[in-house]
Design a binder for this molecule. Structure first.
Ligand code: HEC
Ligand code: HEC
Length: 333
């Protein structure tokens, strides 16, 4: 028994090395969707490949599109135009471009060696050289972006360069036009919309809703428009959708509590355990209650405290506010 489990360990041990880069074989089109066996096989994640090479091969690109549809469209839209996830219709995706110039952050392997030139340590492979942008794009897809909804996808070995190539090919399409006047939108954001009573942009505003400093690169246009005209649409409808570990907009849960003294407090849940709950009321103050102090506690799943703006803004104004949101790509540092 014991020796069997040791053997098993020895067999499994190399799996821990799966983040190691391996020479990529870019332009070989994986026969359409051939499932890759990995019963006892050691799974090695493929290293970064030259994506232009793959884009030139129609069969590989078609496979990349198929993988994108399986793993990515739920957030990035069927054509990469963005939804809950960013629009990918740019030859210079902001996160990717940032990572491409940053010194290689290499923990976990897969990153380039050396510093400064960052991602350009491709010499180890036989294939054509891999640009820092291509390398960064593959790393971001492989690892996800920490603290965002962009999590590492479950791809089979060899699939990563194919999806990445498809994403890069999207960047060659014209970007989605965004009608509206962003600077008029900025004004509406502060005045008529009173958005800052709940949202913060670069340190100004309130924190009842999510910080919007970076919303233009995190979300697609249609999603933002829907946030304004149907605020309940993207709020979790059921308990399973709630994840406790990260503070993301979809975790917003609106709570209505009534104390035994008859006071009613509406707010966004900040934290909760068996005996107590903390919420941020609509003035932005965090209040904490023992559940034993409350006579009622309603969790408004699927309900956003955000007002519906379809009746507040004229259609032109809505375009302006959306254009303003799209332009928020500043980061909050
Ligand atoms: C659960 C939703 C979700 C899924 C599924 C998802 N993404 Fe994302 N992705 C996001 C979000 C949200 C962002 C923006 C994160 C940020 O910058 O705040 C993002 C960002 C990205 C970026 C960076 C864009 C930039 O600004 O440089 C790339 C590239 C990307 N995703 C590719 C993919 C690919 C390819 C897949 C499928 C294999 C995928 N994503 C699946 C939500 C998702
Ligand atoms: C009463 C508070 C409140 C007001 C006022 C408000 N919001 Fe919101 N907003 C929220 C909350 C809470 C969320 C997160 C839950 C949700 O999606 O509804 C949110 C979500 C959003 C989102 C989606 C963000 C994301 O990353 O998912 C956008 C975009 C947004 N608001 C824009 C606006 C704009 C623009 C205005 C003004 C025209 C505005 N909000 C006014 C509370 C508010």
């Amino acid at each position: 028994m014991l020796s069997r489990s040791i053997t098993l360990l020895l067999v499994l041990a190399p799996l821990a090395l799966r983040a190691q880069p391996a020479p990529a074989t870019p332009a070989t089109p994986a026969a359409p969707a051939a499932p890759i066996e990995h019963g006892t096989e050691i799974v090695v994640a493929p290293g970064p490949a030259n994506l232009d090479q793959i884009i030139k091969n129609p069969a590989s690109l078609a496979e990349g599109r198929r993988l994108f549809q399986t793993h990515c469209t739920s957030c990035h839209g069927p054509n990469g135009e963005g939804a809950r996830g960013a629009s990918l219709l740019s030859p210079n995706l902001p996160r990717v471009a940032e990572a491409a110039v940053a010194p290689a952050e290499a923990p976990g392997g897969g990153g380039g060696r050396g510093r400064g030139r960052g991602a350009n340590a491709a010499a180890a492979t036989d294939g054509p050289p891999v640009s820092p942008y291509d390398r960064a794009l593959q790393q971001i897809i492989q690892r996800g972006i920490p603290a965002t909804e962009m999590q590492p996808p479950r791809l089979q070995p060899g699939e990563l360069p194919l999806v990445a190539a498809f994403v890069k090919s999207l960047g060659q399409l014209p970007p989605e036009p965004v009608p509206g006047n962003a600077s008029h939108g900025a004004e509406l954001f502060k005045t008529k919309g009173a958005c800052m009573t709940c949202h913060m942009i670069r340190g100004e505003g309130a924190v009842i809703g999510p910080d919007l400093s970076d919303v233009g690169r995190a979300r697609g246009v249609a999603y933002m428009r829907r946030a304004l005209t149907d605020p309940n649409a993207d709020v979790p409808k059921a308990f399973q959708a709630y994840r406790n570990d990260i503070s993301l907009p979809q975790n917003f849960l609106f709570v209505r509590a009534v104390t035994k003294n008859g006071e009613t407090i509406g707010g966004v849940r900040v934290n909760e355990d068996t005996f107590s709950i903390q919420l941020r009321d609509l003035t932005g103050k965090v209040r904490s209650f023992f559940k034993s102090e409350l006579s009622e506690l309603h969790k408004e799943w699927g309900q956003s405290p955000m007002p519906n703006y379809s009746a507040v803004f004229a259609p032109g104004e809505l375009d302006d506010v959306v254009a303003f949101l799209v332009s928020q790509r500043g980061g909050n540092k």
